[in-house]
Design a binder for this molecule. Structure first.
Ligand code: C2E
Ligand code: CA
Ligand code: CA
Length: 587
């Protein structure tokens, strides 16, 4: 027979009633102990009292409760007969003492006290041996029943909850969400999909135990922030879903998302330098119009887009999110073919000496000539490549093409003296044979090490400092130059600047574009980066120069090298060759 708490609770009153009739009882009760909360709950009694539904939470009694009968029921390990005032009259050993009306029988399962049964006869009546032994049998049966209920509850809990956090799992979440979405007029239902970016790094660098601990911290803090009616589930890995209670509007959903992110932000990150990076995608689901599965997928897509865009870490599901997410799936499916085929192309953006306009370098920037979507910018597919382990393969293609092109230009223009700048993904930098790969490429096209400058980001450096140090050392041996790209935006790798073999800093364009327009912050940052580069003996290059005013400020600060739309946009190889032939650019 399948027993659960509900069916058992329905059965208990009838058992008590039958016993009461059979043994001519005055009253009977059943209490069950909730071990976790140390409370004894009145589950059934006979005769039932009017106005009470059992189990009756208002009759919860703490096990440390002074009520002597309850305390007794909770601590006894043998059948005991007590007086109606609660004094123990005698430990029962077969014969009942005259005039004592109440019998309390503890329910012990596997050595653990799970509750107690109490029976009272009308005053003056006595208990016979037969009666007492049938009460004992009843108690044994009830104990068994309760043990099965507990086991059932435990396995139901396990089937609907996440092991690590004790939160609902995907199955329970979908059940809840489906129920909510079947109530017409009770919407919209806000579904928040929370994604933590940093779990993989934590697991990789500090082990799964630390990762698990972090997940539990997040679970606890999210639970604390939300109302008791809100449903929180963990879908596994670093994905949590919150379904807010009651109809919610977009503003309230955004506010809840912000609260969650703020709370997560305060958790101590066990990995120094690793910033908290959580994202939330929000789907406002209308009951009757969408299934739970679909609503969840929409919230997930919004979270994914929030991650890719990384400008804002909360994103509502919209048509544009749907389109971006389709693009992402498309990229995932076709990027490998594009790398292996002929669909990728490099554009080159010149970098000049601001004083003379002389071209000092070009930066290779990849694009995808997509058969259906047209020319895709790297932002549309590099993040996907990084998320799907295609980054090293893509990077090899870029490096190979850039070096081959440089050597072709050199044969056309023998006096050409420029650096080729190539962007490197974090994933490439931690490959142990990266320096060898670079060496092989240089050799096969006859390019000298110092003509190649690899651009890495601070994120990449921080990710695995030891491995990065080794790789950079290997590259340095080849004479290859290293620049830190987007400098100023990421984790400060300042402390590592000195020991890592780095040659240049590229000031992120966000500080440069509006330079000269009066923003004191931008000015201060650029000034300090220039000073820093100077102190460490590094080259400094400004990106994103769009105005003559910015050029003036840069020159005044002593930054003489720059690239940007004012000077030239990235252009295809043939056009670049023409620029190189001219040697200087007027702007
Ligand atoms: P990045 O390395 O910071 O490259 C500079 C980006 O800024 C380029 O965008 C360039 O077109 C753009 N840019 C240049 N001057 C200006 C300007 O004056 N104003 C503005 N608003 N933008 C300017 P693009 O080509 O879309 O590349 C975006 C990013 O994609 C690059 O940023 C780089 O991080 C990444 N990327 C591009 N090619 C590769 C590659 O081959 N490998 C890797 N790993 N990443 C690449
Ligand atoms: Ca770059
Ligand atoms: Ca950059």
């Amino acid at each position: 027979m399948r027993v659960d708490a509900e069916s058992a609770h329905k059965t208990y009153p009838s058992i008590l009633r039958d016993l009461a009739c059979e043994l001519d009882l005055d009253f009977a009760f059943l209490r069950l102990t909730d071990i976790a909360t140390r409370t004894s709950i009145l589950v059934a009694e006979w005769p039932p009292r009017v106005g009470i539904t059992y189990p009756d939470p208002s009759t919860l009694a703490h096990r440390d409760d002074p009520d002597p009968i309850l305390a007794l029921a909770a601590t006894m390990n043998n059948v005991t007969v007590v007086s109606s005032t609660g004094d123990i009259a005698e430990q029962l050993d077969g014969s009942a003492p005259e005039g004592v009306p109440l019998v309390v029988i503890p329910l012990i399962a596997g050595g653990v006290d799970v509750g107690g049964l109490g029976f009272a006869k009308p005053a003056g009546h006595t208990w016979t041996d037969d009666e007492l032994s049938s009460l004992r049998s009843v108690a044994a049966l009830m104990t068994q029943l309760q043990a099965r209920v507990d086991a059932e509850n435990r396995s139901r809990f396990a089937a609907t909850h996440d092991d690590l956090t004790g939160m609902s799992n995907r199955r329970a979440l979908l059940d809840h969400l489906n129920a909510r979405l079947e109530e017409p007029g009770c919407g919209p239902v806000a579904v928040l999909f929370l994604d933590l970016d940093q779990l993989k790094s934590l697991n990789d660098f500090l082990g799964h135990l630390t990762g698990d601990e972090y997940i539990r911290d997040v679970a606890d803090i999210v639970r604390e922030e939300l109302g008791s009616e809100d449903v929180i589930a963990r879908l596994g890995g670093d994905e949590f879903v919150v379904v807010l209670a009651g109809p919610t509007d977009e503003c309230a959903a955004s506010a809840a998302a912000e609260t969650i992110l703020k709370a997560i932000d305060v958790i101590d990150m066990p990995l120094a330098d690793l910033r908290q990076r959580a994202r939330i995608g929000i789907m406002m689901a209308q009951p009757g119009r969408i299934t739970a599965e679909r609503a969840l997928r929409c919230a997930d897509q919004a979270a994914l887009i929030a991650k890719i865009g990384s400008t804002d870490n909360i994103e509502h599901f919209t048509e544009s999110v749907r389109a971006q997410s389709e693009l992402r799936s498309d990229v995932e499916v076709h990027l490998r073919d594009a790398i292996e085929g002929d669909d990728l192309v490099l554009y080159y953006q010149p970098e000049v000496d601001l004083g003379s306009g002389k071209i000092t370098a070009v930066e290779a920037l990849v694009r995808w000539r997509h058969p259906v979507r047209g020319l895709l910018p790297p932002g549309a597919f590099i993040p996907v490549a990084e998320a799907t382990n295609l980054a090293p393969e893509l990077g090899r293609w870029v490096l190979d093409t850039a070096c081959r092109t440089l050597s072709e230009w050199q044969s056309t223009l023998p006096s050409l003296e420029i650096s080729m700048r190539v962007n490197v993904s974090p994933a490439q930098l931690v490959e142990h044979d990266f320096a060898e790969t670079v060496e092989a490429v240089l050799r096969s096209y006859g390019v000298d090490g110092p003509q190649l400058c690899l651009e890495i980001t601070e994120v990449a450096v921080v990710k695995d400092v030891d491995r990065t140090r080794k790789t950079l050392h290997g590259l340095h041996q080849l004479g290859v130059r290293i620049a830190i790209d987007d400098f100023g935006t990421g984790y400060s790798a300042l402390s590592q600047l000195k020991e890592l073999e780095v040659d240049a800093l590229k000031i992120d364009r966000s500080f440069v574009t509006d330079l000269g327009a009066g923003d004191a912050n931008d000015l201060a940052i650029v000034e300090s980066v220039v000073g820093l580069a100077d102190a460490f003996g590094l080259d400094v290059i400004a990106e994103g120069v769009e105005t003559a005013a910015a050029v003036d400020v840069l020159l005044a600060l002593g930054c003489t090298r720059a690239q940007g739309y004012l000077i030239s946009r990235p252009v295809p190889a043939a056009e670049t060759l023409e620029l190189l032939r001219a040697g200087t650019i007027e702007f």
